[in-house]
Design a protein around this ligand. Structure first.
Ligand SMILES: CC(=O)SCCNC(=O)CCNC(=O)[C@H](O)C(C)(C)COP(=O)(O)OP(=O)(O)OC[C@H]1O[C@@H](n2cnc3c(N)ncnc32)[C@H](O)[C@@H]1OP(=O)(O)O
Ligand SMILES: O=C([O-])CC(=O)C(=O)O
Length: 379
């Protein structure tokens, strides 16, 4: 009866829903948010504008953007108990701390229990502002420093760098962080957004779905890739050793991190903006070797580039963070800060005409058999 069942392991190539948020053309290597090219958004927009676009569906007027930005800035507050929780687990991985604190917010802020579109938008706006505060407060507390209070005069990306470093970022540094957040803001049915949708499918609240998404983002096959790329670059050490590194990895049939994607069969369109950032920043900071190592890895991967295997968004981002002196274990949380609007709008979309997401597994275990009492089982 089950002989003809087709199993789509990993749900490869399966459409499970319609979405009006972002479109990925894997064959062409193209990405749009609400119909706008990622290249136009990365070069002309701001993260706040992209949040508005993703959540409300249209680019904002100047007044609408000012109103939205004011809501984001007003939301830069955390219940004091969150700092106690962060302090209590300060020696943990920042993703574990972020997930725990986000979950605690659900318990501490009664509004997080509300369902429906308006509640999801209000709770989502709060979370967009609170997540960078949690990440930076944790980094301060584990370093024995007092968390830096947000600066209401700074935009989202500049404020993030201010809270992280305690010094006002240059316009270039703030813009690079802004572009990084824009590039990471949304990406269709990626694993973490899909997981968030599964949670919303049970009619759970937004905070619960964001906790699910944070858990799912953390793995090295998804958001953890940037950290692994930086470790790879350090292990390779100099550009002339890249080819031998890649050869050994491929001989062992191990993936080269920062390469490969479930959907793209060409270069991930987001990668070029990060590549430009690494090249420029490396030159400015007198550290061009990281870029050279990355490009040597790209060159060494060419013979293995079957199926359109190419770099993904996180091949270059880790080195940018490294050049900014950001600790490696903050790379995934940075991805999470950028992905907040994507998760939120996917949750909003899911709860419109909601349906429980519940696929099937094809049983291939033992045939029905008689229960064996403990006394009859082998020792
Ligand atoms: C922001 C993001 O989440 S982007 C992804 C970040 N993750 C990484 O960079 C980790 C490294 N990459 C990977 O592990 C994979 O490419 C994934 C998990 C992202 C995607 O995997 P899948 O969609 O399952 O691709 P799949 O495994 O089918 O790969 C197709 C072929 O490309 C090869 N391939 C895929 N990724 C890589 C890689 N990183 N290095 C070398 N070969 C690879 C596979 O071995 C396979 O070859 P085969 O058909 O000869 O066996
Ligand atoms: O789409 C995916 O599978 C992973 C990805 O690139 C992202 O989430 O940005």
């Amino acid at each position: 009866m089950t002989d003809n069942v087709k199993i789509n392991r990993g749900l490869k190539g399966v459409y499970f829903e319609r979405s009006a948020v972002s479109d990925i053309d894997g064959g062409a290597g193209a990405l749009t948010y609400r119909g706008y090219s990622i290249h136009d958004l990365a070069t002309q927009s701001t993260f706040e504008e992209v949040c508005y676009l993703l959540i409300f569906g249209e680019l904002p007027s100047a007044d609408a953007l000012a109103g939205f930005d004011a809501r984001l800035r007003a939301a830069r507050t955390l219940p004091p108990e969150i700092l106690d929780i962060v302090a209590a687990c300060k020696n943990g991985h920042p993703m574990d701390v972020l997930r725990t604190a986000t979950s605690a917010l659900a318990a501490l802020e009664p509004a997080s229990q509300q369902l429906g579109e308006d509640a999801f938008i209000a709770n989502g706006i709060r979370l967009i502002s609170q997540v960078p505060m949690i990440v930076t407060a944790h980094d301060a507390l584990r370093g024995g420093r007092t968390p830096v209070a947000p600066d209401p005069d700074l935009g989202h990306a500049a404020n993030w760098l201010w809270m992280l470093k305690g010094e006002k970022p240059s316009a270039d540094a703030a813009r690079l962080a802004d572009v990084d957040f824009i590039l990471h803001a949304e990406h269709g049915a990626n694993a973490s957004s899909f997981a968030a949708r599964v949670t919303i499918g049970t009619q759970a609240n937004l905070h619960g779905a964001i906790v699910t998404a944070l858990s799912t983002l953390a793995g090295p096959a998804h958001g953890g890739a940037a950290e692994d790329v930086m470790k790879m670059v350090q292990e390779i050490g100099t550009a002339d050793k890249a080819a031998a590194y890649v050869k050994a990895k491929r001989a062992a049939r191990e993936p080269v991190t920062g390469f490969g994607h479930r959907v793209y069969r060409r270069e991930d369109p987001r990668a070029r903006h990060m590549r430009d950032g690494v090249r420029q920043l490396g030159q400015e900071m007198g550290a061009p070797e990281w870029y050279e190592i990355l490009q040597a890895v790209v060159e060494a991967m060419k013979p293995y580039a079957r199926h359109g295997l190419n770099v993904n968004v996180d091949f270059y981002s880790g080195v940018i963070y490294q050049l900014h002196g950001i600790p490696m274990d903050l790379y995934v949380p940075i991805f999470a800060i950028g992905r907040m609007p994507g998760w939120i709008i996917q949750c909003i979309e899911q709860q419109r005409g909601n349906i429980l997401i519940r696929p099937l597994t094809l049983y291939d275990g033992p045939a029905p058999r008689a229960y064996v009492p403990m006394s009859n089982r082998p020792a």
